[in-house]
Ligand binder design. Structure first.
Ligand code: G3I
Length: 360
């Protein structure tokens, strides 16, 4: 479990000092007992290098995970070999997992969690409360304030209890801020005000007291108005005894824009006693990519991992996808793409080797 990370990081430092004594062959089991398949015998699995540095490295997947035939076999083998953490990219979102008021559809997310457990990967739950991907039965309904509170509690209790004891963390509230730092309008905020955030964390904590509970947003990686608001909010919540355990910085970057204040920002959240996860890392490039932009992307990935390694409070870096082929980027930002560590043919990119060298 992630709770032993401080000890692991100390061990990692020792391993770096006496590399041969610790050993790091490609097929050695990690702390979970999982032996990665020797699908890429020239490299040590990233998850093993990350473990030696006291962090988890993750990937968010769903569509690619379900490829059939050899593509599916390769996808899942790569996922299990290189990564020690898994986030369902869409399958736990409200519209997907709760399609009708009295109907929950756990099957797709269950298959990801089962795969993760079989391969010694921790799972981050994503996400309980968000302004997007809400089921239409919810957004089209007319609800009193009391009913809305009950709907929020029921959803969180049912989903979190379903996975109780199996997930290491939950993204409880996702993207509560506008870029100017104000609270974002949305289904829950418009009806319940800021109180929806405290209610959500308390409900999740009751449903699974072991899971670490995170507040998540994008454009809060560096120190700016939006991250100042996140800092102020979690400070207020902590002062009221609300069970917030971590801050997740999404990390969706345009190439060359990793903020120089990333490590300082991580440090100030760590000083509040919070865990930090880089939860949705990708670095998009204007297409066609060039040797120079792929190298800048590699530097960006390296800088994010390096910032995480500056404090034991930063426990995990999760890439928002596995290969360039499945990424959400090209359909959302026309003309941009290739944001991941692997090409659509599963070949490692310069960013992979930059992380590899840094962790090694
Ligand atoms: O569920 C329907 C499915 O029924 C239908 O057959 C299919 C046809 O296109 O669409 C499916 O919904 C899509 C869904 O992904 C699942 O594949 C949506 O159209 C599509 O918009 C949705 O995109 C996701 C997006 O969140 C939604 O806003 C991306 O895959 C996902 O990567 C992205 O992830 C978010 C994080 O949750 C929060 N942070 C930002 C990040 C990137 O936007």
């Amino acid at each position: 479990m992630i709770h032993g990370l401080r000890a692991q990081r100390l061990l990692g430092a020792l391993c770096l000092a006496i590399a041969t004594a610790c050993g790091s062959g490609p097929t050695e089991p990690d702390d979970t007992g999982f032996s990665p398949p020797p699908s890429n015998p020239d490299t040590i699995p990233l998850r093993q290098l990350a473990q030696q540095r006291g962090i988890r490295i993750g990937s968010a997947v769903d569509a690619g995970f379900r490829y059939t035939g050899s593509q599916g076999t390769l996808f899942r083998a790569k996922l299990a070999r290189e990564f020690s953490m898994l986030t369902p990219e869409n399958d736990m979102k409200h519209a997907s997992i709760h399609p009708a008021r009295d109907t929950y559809r756990f099957g797709p997310a269950d298959s990801l969690v089962t795969f993760a457990e079989a391969n010694g990967m921790q799972v981050r739950g994503h996400t309980l409360v968000w302004h997007q991907q809400l089921a239409s039965w919810l957004t089209n309904g007319t609800w009193t304030t009391a009913e809305t509170r009950t709907l929020l509690d029921d959803h969180i209790r049912t989903v979190v209890e379903h996975y109780k004891g199996r997930l290491v963390a939950w993204d409880v509230v996702n993207e509560p801020f506008n870029d100017n730092g104000g609270m974002r309008s949305g289904f829950w905020f418009d009806r319940l005000g800021e109180a929806y955030i405290e209610q959500a964390f308390r409900a999740a904590n009751v449903a699974d007291p072991q899971a670490k509970l995170f507040l998540v947003d994008y454009n809060i990686e560096g120190i700016n108005a939006k991250s100042d608001s996140a800092y102020a909010l979690v400070s207020r919540l902590l002062a009221r005894g609300v069970p917030v355990h971590g801050i997740a910085l999404q990390g969706h970057f345009q190439v060359g824009t990793v903020p120089p204040t990333l490590a300082a920002n991580i440090a100030r959240f760590a000083a509040l006693g919070l865990r930090i996860h880089i939860a949705e890392l990708d670095v998009r490039i204007q297409l066609p990519s060039t040797t120079a932009t792929l190298q800048q992307q590699a530097n960006d990935y390296r800088d994010v991992f390096a910032a995480c390694l500056t404090t034991t409070a930063c426990e995990a870096v999760v890439a928002w996808g596995l290969t360039d082929r499945e990424s959400w980027v090209p359909s959302t930002f026309p003309g941009w793409g290739e944001p991941m560590l692997f090409t659509g043919s599963f070949d490692p990119k310069p960013a992979f080797f930059a992380i590899y060298q840094l962790l090694k």
